[in-house]
Design a protein around this ligand. Sequence first.
Ligand code: PLP
Length: 394
Amino acid sequence: MERTEKRVYLDYAATTPLDEAVFEAMMPYFREDFGNASSQHAFGRRAIAAVDEAREKTATVLGAKSNEIYFTSCGTESDNWAIRGVAKAMRGKGKHIVTTAVEHHAVLHTLRALEEEGYEVTYLPVDACGKVSVEDAVAAMREDTILVSVMLANNEIGTIEPVKEIAHAAKEKGILVHTDAVQAVGLLPLAVDDLSVDLMSLSAHKFYGPKGVGALYVRKGARLGKILTGGAQERTMRGGTYNTAGIVGLGKAIELAEARRTEEVKRLTELRDHFVSRVLSEVEFSKLNGGPDRLANNANIAFRYIEGDALVSALDRAGIAASAGSACASGTLEPSHVLQAIGVSSEYGSVRFSFGKYTTKEAVNFAAEILIKETERLCKTDLFARRPSEKGTV
Ligand code: PLP
C-alpha cells in the first residue's frame, strides 16, 4: 500500500486509504442489503438497522447519546450545518459569532457568507504556534454571541487548540460551542462532555473511512435550524436518502480509530519526531511550523528560499506525496491563511508531511533522504542565487 513503485504517501491529513475491515463492513450495503433505509419493508429494515448500529458506534466514541448523532455528506456539510443551523435558530438572541483565524475554509467561508447576511464575526488571532488564547476568546464573548467555533486541531500545522477551556467559559455564559474535529479522530480524545462542546464535525475519509460521508454531533437541547430540507430522514433534521454503506463505513472506521488511538499516537509521534529531527538537522534554513502541542501525525516544515509548490512537485516526481502550503502572496498559489496567521515569512516555502497507518520507519527515512536531496537541488536553482549571504542566521 505505502510503497508501490517506490511511492511514499505522506498526505494522510488530505485523505486516508479505506481500511480493509471498513471496506468489508460496507460491501453488503452495495449488494444484497441495498434497501432504502427509510423503506418499511424487510430491505429497508436491514438498512436502517445498520445505520442505527453505526450511529451507536459513533456516539460511543464521543460519549454521546445515539440520538445526538446526525449523518451528513462530509465534514464541509457538518461545518456548514453547525454554523448556519445555529445562526438560523438563534438569531433572535443575537448575530455575533466567535471563531479563529486558522479554521478550515468550510468554517471561514461559511462565516464570510453569514457576514454578508448581517451577522458579525470575531476572528481570533493565534500565536506563533498557531494557538488561540483562551483569554482572547473569553474577552470576545458578548451578550449577543450565539456561537463559538474553534477547531480541535488544525489541518495544516496540526496545532491542538484549547477547545475545552474555551468551551467551559462559553458554557457559563450560555453560548453554544462548535468544534471542527475533522483532523482529530484517532489522534485525540473526542469525549464531548469532557470538552463541553455542543456541536462537533467529523468526516470519515480522514480516519480510514469512505469519502463523502460525515457526521455532526448535536447536544440534546442545542437549538439548530435545518439547512438541507427534504424528506424526514435524520429525525426530520436532514433530508436525503441514507448513504447506508458510507454510514456503515464511518461507524466501523471511528470504532477502529478509537480502539487503535493510544498505540497509534505513540508510534506516529516517534516516526514524526525522527523525520523532523533528521530534516531540521540536515536541511539548512529549515524550521518546523507550529508548536509542540500538535497532532502526532503532522510535520509542517518551512524551507527558506524554496517555493513550497516547487518542492512538492519535485518530491512527487521522486515518489513522495506531500502537500504545499505557501505564506507567499505572489505566484499562482493562494497564500495559506494559517501560515500567514502564524507569521511565516514569504521567504519560506512550506510543506506539510502527514503520517498514518501505513507509514513505516523505512518510508520515513526514504522520504527524508529524498527531501534532503531535493532541497539541495532546488537551492542550486536561480532561486538560490537570490539568497543573501547570511548563512546560519535562521
Ligand atoms: N475541516 C477540516 C479541519 C478539514 O481538514 C477538512 C478537510 O480537509 C474539512 C473540514 C472538510 O472535510 P470534507 O473533506 O469531508 O468536506
